[in-house]
Design a protein around this ligand. Structure first.
Ligand SMILES: C[S@@+](CC[C@H](N)C(=O)[O-])C[C@H]1O[C@@H](n2cnc3c(N)ncnc32)[C@H](O)[C@@H]1O
Length: 397
């Protein structure tokens, strides 16, 4: 082993020790809350604590999350052409609304970098690019990415802690909704069928799944779905109330503005298809997918697919219009992503074409990922934007 390899090996062991210590601390914190709550918390609370406990939770720790050396790769990390295509939509939205952009949950800052560089090149820079980011670690990461070459637009970027009271312009969020806590429900037997809320209890210091009779909105939702889709006993589904509340809250914030949300999921009728009776919870660590969210606490991402019908209903409840809904592939094609490949120097075309193929693939990200646009459309819908033309599927939500 060379000296360098030895040092690197030791560093990795140290960081693994740090990770285990952080995970143990987080486990103790969650166990304390379970005990204080009478021996049980629902899964939504568990997911919230595992991902967002200050300093210890997955997104609030200093874990390496994004990219090849992290746990998973998101679209902006895959190719700069994703951000450049979004810049095309941003140009249109800013011209119609206001020259401002707000990005929620900006990851490494890669998307912001690509969008701003593209808009700079065409002379369409926004007056401001705000990043709503709760994680201090990610903020630091974003500042590093964006400030690296001291770009002249850097002073237009600002970081905010809270949703502003009012916003005009483009709001953008890629893979943010899927990281919000979900309730997990299971349909029991009987007439009418019992509904159970899955939660977490302690068994000799370890977390284990444990069910209670569901109540309130989660129970009502599952009962309604059971009737509408004739669900069989044992059907498991996640209900993303946090994401719905959050989307609804933007009704009081967006003035002249459009919110583009990109995430994986389906309309509700597909979500409650008998084939999906096991639920859609998924964990990801070091590019390996598993379905055991109670293990590796704080060391893995936990997500669930989005019910886009519920998101559209929440937006309408908040007084927002659905301006368009389509697949990621259709959206990116309408944003001109193929033309962007042709603009690249020949030496980069093969690599970026492969990445774009991943973003567009019908059996992969192209169809599973959807884009929904909500805003105050004043009845115009997408006609003035043209970013959903020919492909709008909102009637199917
Ligand atoms: C899967 S990451 C996606 C990051 C980035 N958008 C990308 O595509 O690479 C999810 C991000 O959403 C953020 N997030 C989740 N809930 C949030 C909320 N209520 N407000 C702001 N950010 C949130 C998380 O902190 C995390 O940074």
């Amino acid at each position: 082993m060379t000296h360098h390899a030895e040092v690197r090996g030791t560093m990795r062991e140290n960081s693994q020790d740090d990770e285990s210590a952080r995970s143990e601390k987080l486990k103790r914190r969650i166990a304390d809350e379970i005990e204080a709550s009478g021996g049980w918390i629902n899964f939504a609370r568990f997911m919230d604590l595992a991902l967002y406990t200050p300093k210890l939770g997955y997104y609030f720790s200093d874990a390496e999350i994004f990219g090849e050396s992290g746990d998973f790769v998101t679209a902006p990390e895959l190719t700069p052409l994703f951000g450049r295509a979004i810049a095309g939509a941003a140009r249109k939205i800013m011209a119609l609304c206001a020259p401002r952009i707000l990005e929620v949950g900006a990851g490494t800052g890669r998307l912001a970098l690509d969008v701003l560089n593209e808009l700079d090149a065409s002379g369409d820079l926004p007056e401001s690019y705000a990043i709503l980011e709760h994680s201090e670690t990610l903020r630091a990461r974003q500042k590093k990415t964006l400030g690296k070459d001291s770009p002249r637009w850097f002073d237009r970027v600002k970081w905010i802690d809270e949703t502003p009271e009012r916003f005009d312009g483009l709001v953008f969020a890629n893979e943010v909704l899927d990281a919000m806590p979900v309730h997990r429900l299971r349909l029991g037997g009987g007439t009418p069928p019992a509904v159970f809320e899955c939660g977490v209890a302690l068994e000799r210091g370890d977390f284990e799944w444990s069910e209670r009779l569901a109540s309130g909105v989660p129970r009502e939702r599952m009962e309604a779905a059971a009737v509408e889709y004739a669900l069989p006993e044992g059907f498991v589904a996640e209900i993303g109330l946090a994401a719905e509340d959050w989307v609804r809250s933007w009704g009081g914030v967006l003035g002249k503005g459009v919110f583009l949300l990109v995430d994986y999921g389906t309309p509700r009728r597909e979500r409650f298809h008998p084939r999906r009776g096991g639920g859609t919870l998924m964990c990801c660590r070091r590019h390996r997918v598993c379905d055991e969210p109670l293990s590796c606490v704080g060391l893995q991402d936990i997500t669930a697919h989005i019910d886009f019908t519920a998101i559209a209903d929440a937006a309408s409840d908040g007084g927002l219009d659905i301006l368009g809904y389509t697949t990621q592939a259709a959206f990116l094609l309408n944003c001109g992503i193929v033309d962007l490949i042709a603009r690249l120097p020949p030496s980069r075309r093969v690599k970026e074409t492969r990445a774009v193929q991943r973003l567009l693939a019908p059996e992969g990200m192209g169809e599973l990922f959807k884009v929904i646009a909500i805003g105050k459309g004043g009845g115009e819908g997408d006609s003035a934007l043209g970013i959903f033309s020919g492909y709008d599927r909102s009637a199917g939500l």
